[in-house]
Design a protein around this ligand. Structure first.
Ligand code: DX5
Ligand code: ZN
Length: 222
């Protein structure tokens, strides 16, 4: 049976002059998670923000924070993000030479444990760590920027990951990140995704946060 699909607005697209209000709007509109994109200017070409913004977001909302670390060798920063209020922390498999140890460290900090996969990384890369995971993020764009075009070639991998999750017997959330909007949300759900991460489809000057979330829900209800 298809489980309920969660929506995780990504604050990368939010108006930072009024982040607290944008988070309150997302919470009122029923956001299940708040996705927080941390970029280091090395693993990805862009810089975003660090634990200070996670801590500010944590004070502004009671919605769990889904922290996505796009940083090389993140081990020395994990505690900062846990202390700042992250509920779940995902690292990139491509950025972690000792992934098994990194995942154990996230767990020992009391956070849910996640791994993100770039578009070129196969599902099989996770076969030896499935027992450690609570979250898998399929990148449906090359990470680093909001507002990019969805890459449909990531959908077969998403289907494979859903099968691996079923075989594991674990309640792992399968998230998809990048280019998720009213046109692409339904195929993601059809491919087994149960968490839609959405930046510009939710935080957008053209409509309210509540309207953005409603449009996404409508897109997957048909
Ligand atoms: C991209 C980030 C995404 C980004 C998505 O590197 O990981 O979370 O915020 O933005 P949209 O939904 O606009 O593609
Ligand atoms: Zn992200």
């Amino acid at each position: 049976m298809q489980q309920a699909v969660k929506i995780a607005p990504s604050i990368l697209a939010a108006d930072f002059t009024r982040l607290g209000q944008q988070l309150a709007d997302a919470q009122a509109a029923g956001a299940d998670l708040i996705h927080v994109d941390v970029m280091d200017g090395r693993f990805v070409p862009n810089l975003s923000f660090g634990a200070l913004v996670v801590e500010a977001a944590h004070r502004s909302t009671s919605v769990p924070l889904d922290v996505h670390l796009m940083i090389l060798e993140p081990d020395h920063l994990l505690k900062d993000f846990a202390d700042a209020g992250a509920s779940r922390i995902s690292v990139h498999i491509e950025a972690c030479p000792h992934l098994h140890r990194t995942l154990q460290a996230i767990h020992s900090l009391g956070c849910q444990v996640g791994v993100a996969l770039n578009p070129h990384t196969p599902a099989s890369a996770l076969s030896e760590v499935m027992h450690l995971l609570d979250v898998i993020i399929v990148m449906s764009v090359n990470p680093g920027f909001g507002g990019q075009r969805f890459l449909p070639e990531t959908l077969p991998k998403t289907r494979q990951l859903r099968q691996m999750i079923a075989a594991s017997g674990r309640a792992i959330d399968l998230e998809i990140d990048g280019g998720v909007n009213v046109e692409t949300a339904a195929v993601c759900v059809e491919a087994g995704v149960n968490v839609l991460i959405a930046g510009s489809a939710v935080f957008n000057a053209k409509f309210s946060v509540a309207q953005g979330m409603d449009m996404l829900r409508h897109a997957i209800s048909r």
